[in-house]
Every structure is written in structure tokens, then in C-alpha cells.
Design a protein around this ligand. Structure first.
Ligand SMILES: [Fe+2]
Length: 221
């Protein structure tokens, strides 16, 4: 269980979803249902990719081409070849679900809200950001801070039903090296009010698909 003094001191907490959802079987059902859409289906997923533009090898025209961060799956595949060909650095690479099932998102949101409200002593939130992400082989996030004004925290639930065998995709706290494995039932919570610590997601390897639900509640100022 979360120790609030420690949480606000360290800025992060790794826990188990049994602390958030009262019915684990229902949580399992919902989490496997939301990740059903085929990862090759353009109608369900888009690719979010950011490529470092500080490499002098990038021809000007290519630079223009790779700048938009959110692209279709096929453009994402094209870029992979470009990245390889020119030896570029990928800052981030993830797949985002376009229109996740509303009822399931509502279910996640309701329990996550209750959990977070207790920690931050909030009566209600005026805004929520939530998304379903998938990191496939080669996906990663370089060290960064989330820095969202008005948000209390970021909560990430891991939803994959694949067996994780040291396949990366861990949330790593850059300074301490602490990691949260992306195994079904784990979650990570990052405080943004007093901390906003640097973190990263290590490169996913092999056939493991790192699915996650990301939740960020805020209060409009
Ligand atoms: Fe982040």
C-alpha cells in the first residue's frame, strides 16, 4: 500500500492494481478487452514518433517529412527505414489507440479517479487525459519529465497479457534506476505537484507487446 509521506518525498510509487480495483477478475476482463484491436489496423491505431533532429545527416527535405509526431502506421513503418538508413535517433516511439471503447475507458477512469482523489485530497477533477498505448519491439521513451501544469499526477496501468521475459518496456526512474516492470497488474504513479521526476521507458525487445492505460487528472486553473 502507498505510503503518502514516502510517495511525496520520492515522487513516485509502483504498486498493484488490487489497490485501485476492487474486482480483479473484472479488471482482467476489461484490460484484455481494450487491447483486442489488431495492431496492424490503421482504423484503430496511430503511430506517435519523435525523431531527434540534431543529426546533421538529415537532409532538409527529410527533416520536413519526419517532423509531425502523430502519423499513420504505414508512415511510421516508412520512417523506421529512414531512421535506420540515416542512423538517426528516435526519441520516442509508441502506438496510440484511436477510439478506445468508451465504457471500458470510463471504468478505468472512475476507479483511477477515486484512487487519486484520496491521495491528493481532491473533491473532483475538471479535466482528464487518458489513452491506451502500445510499445512494440523497438519502442521506447528517452528520459524526460512530464511537466503538465495543473495535473496532479500520471498513473499508468500495465495491461499486457503477454508473458514478460526481460523484454524491456520498464518504466525507469532515471536518477535512482528503480524500475516498474510492465507486467499485467502492476502500475506506476508519478507525482507532478511537488516532484515531476525524470523517467524513461526502456526499449521493448522481442514479441512482447507493452500495452498500458495512461491517466492524468487535472484541475483547470
Ligand atoms: Fe512520461
Amino acid at each position: 500500500m502507498i505510503n503518502l509521506t514516502e510517495f511525496f518525498k520520492k515522487g513516485y510509487y509502483f504498486g498493484n492494481v488490487s489497490e485501485i480495483f476492487p474486482d480483479i477478475e473484472q479488471f482482467k476482463f476489461m484490460s484484455y478487452k481494450i487491447i483486442e484491436p489488431d495492431l496492424n489496423d490503421e482504423t484503430h491505431w496511430v503511430c506517435q514518433q519523435q525523431i531527434a533532429t540534431n543529426n546533421k545527416n538529415i537532409p532538409e527535405y527529410l527533416n520536413q517529412k519526419i517532423l509531425p509526431h502523430m502519423v499513420s502506421l504505414s508512415v511510421g513503418e516508412e520512417r523506421k527505414e529512414i531512421v535506420y538508413e540515416y542512423g538517426l535517433e528516435t526519441i520516442s516511439h509508441t502506438l496510440i489507440q484511436k477510439n478506445p471503447n468508451k465504457d471500458i475507458m470510463e471504468y478505468f477512469k472512475n476507479y483511477c479517479t477515486k484512487y487519486v482523489q484520496k491521495i491528493y485530497n481532491r473533491e473532483e477533477y475538471s479535466d482528464f487525459h487518458q489513452s491506451i498505448q502500445c510499445f512494440i519491439e523497438g519502442s521506447k521513451l528517452n528520459p524526460h519529465t512530464d511537466s503538465h501544469n495543473g495535473s496532479d499526477c500520471v498513473l499508468i496501468l500495465y495491461l499486457s497479457n503477454d508473458i514478460w521475459d526481460n523484454n524491456g518496456g520498464e518504466l525507469k526512474i532515471t536518477n535512482t534506476g528503480d524500475i516498474c516492470k510492465p507486467i499485467h497488474g502492476n502500475f506506476s504513479l508519478l507525482d507532478l505537484t511537488k516532484n515531476d521526476i525524470r523517467h524513461e521507458v526502456t526499449t521493448v525487445t522481442g514479441a512482447f507487446k507493452r500495452y498500458s492505460y495512461l491517466f492524468r487528472p487535472s484541475i483547470k486553473k
